[in-house]
Design a binder for this molecule. Structure first.
Ligand code: RIB
Ligand code: CA
Length: 313
């Protein structure tokens, strides 16, 4: 059979692993459709040093070597906030990952992203699945690069209720100023908010299927997700929301979601509403839509893609 040679989508993953980030990284490294040019790390779920070690270990686990470049240790203005309740103190549910077999790249995240944009003008997508501090840094330092980024796929925000406050989702809440820079940059944005990622979930049956899949990677995923499951069970939620994996699944197959185009801006001054993604669903502001927002999902299709990729290791 002659395999159709298709151009791989060149991506950089900007992340804060993070249990769900870890599965998203595994999916990207397993996918034939993606060429992961590198990973940039940002303080988020845990501190940036731990996030960076986790990223190195996750890539090593897949038997790969790609640049892992350290990024921002804190948000642009606010103090850093962690999510150890959800991801554990080490960021991956307390699971001991093997020591990485290579070290961090000498380039900082912002230098690496800039270099990759310049080498791949209009042929590079940034997959942002943590706070947006690095991405805002690039856009503030080199605003001319905005027109050379093909698109930003981001897991973050909420049209409806948040998950850190009633208003805001963690990635946007953690650095609302950075998010405001990104949403106002003019770069094409594909946004995967909590309204759909909360529904991109798996339960006991899929967890058992994951464990029985065999292989080291699915077993690590099961162990990390067990901690995640405890957190959700403690909130009386039976299924585990796979926020970042759903965003990554849509990078591979955008058809796993349906979209609407809205104008979105980010609340940066509010006390109660800090980090709220203010979504103009009725066009009241008259502002031009700046974001393609996922509003519904093919949950079955998502889970089968996730499991196909994890089983391929
Ligand atoms: O709100 C979910 C997001 O916050 C995910 O990216 C998760 O990893 C955390 O960073
Ligand atoms: Ca994340």
């Amino acid at each position: 059979m002659v395999r159709r040679v298709v151009d791989k989508r060149k991506i950089i993953i900007d992340c804060d692993p993070g249990i769900d980030d870890a599965l998203a990284i595994f999916m990207a490294l397993a996918s034939d459709e993606l060429e992961v040019l590198g990973i940039t790390t940002v303080a988020g779920n845990v501190n940036v040093a731990q996030v960076s070690v986790n990223a190195l270990s996750l890539v090593s686990l897949c038997g790969k070597r790609i640049p892992v470049c350290r990024g921002a240790a804190k948000p642009l203005i606010h103090t850093r906030r962690e999510e150890t309740r959800v991801h554990g103190v080490n960021g991956v549910g307390g699971v001991r990952l093997p020591e990485p077999d290579f070290g961090e790249d000498t380039r900082l995240a912002i230098d690496f992203i800039r270099e990759m944009i310049e080498l791949n003008k209009n042929n590079l997508d940034i997959i942002a699945i943590g706070p947006l501090t690095n991405i805002a840094g690039i856009l503030l330092a080199f605003p001319e690069l905005a027109r050379s980024i093909r698109s930003i796929f981001l897991m973050g925000g909420a049209v409806g209720p948040g998950n850190v406050t009633p208003a805001a989702e963690f990635n946007i809440f953690a650095d609302p100023h950075a998010a405001a820079v990104v949403f106002n940059s003019g770069v094409p944005i594909m946004m995967y908010p909590l309204d759909v990622t909360n529904r991109a979930s798996i339960g006991e049956i899929q967890m058992a299927e994951l464990w029985n899949m065999g292989g080291e990677i699915p077993k690590f995923c099961h162990r990390m997700l067990a901690k995640y499951a405890d957190f959700y069970r403690g909130k009386g939620i039976a299924e585990i929301a796979l926020h970042d994996p759903f965003a990554m699944a849509c990078v591979i197959d955008e058809g796993l979601a349906t979209y609407k185009e809205y104008h979105i801006d980010v609340e940066i001054s509010g006390g109660l509403t800090r980090g709220k993604t203010i979504t103009d669903v009725d066009g009241i502001t008259g502002n031009r839509a700046n974001v393609k927002v996922a509003v519904d999902l093919d949950k079955k299709g998502f889970v089968s893609l996730l499991f196909r990729l994890l089983a391929s290791f």
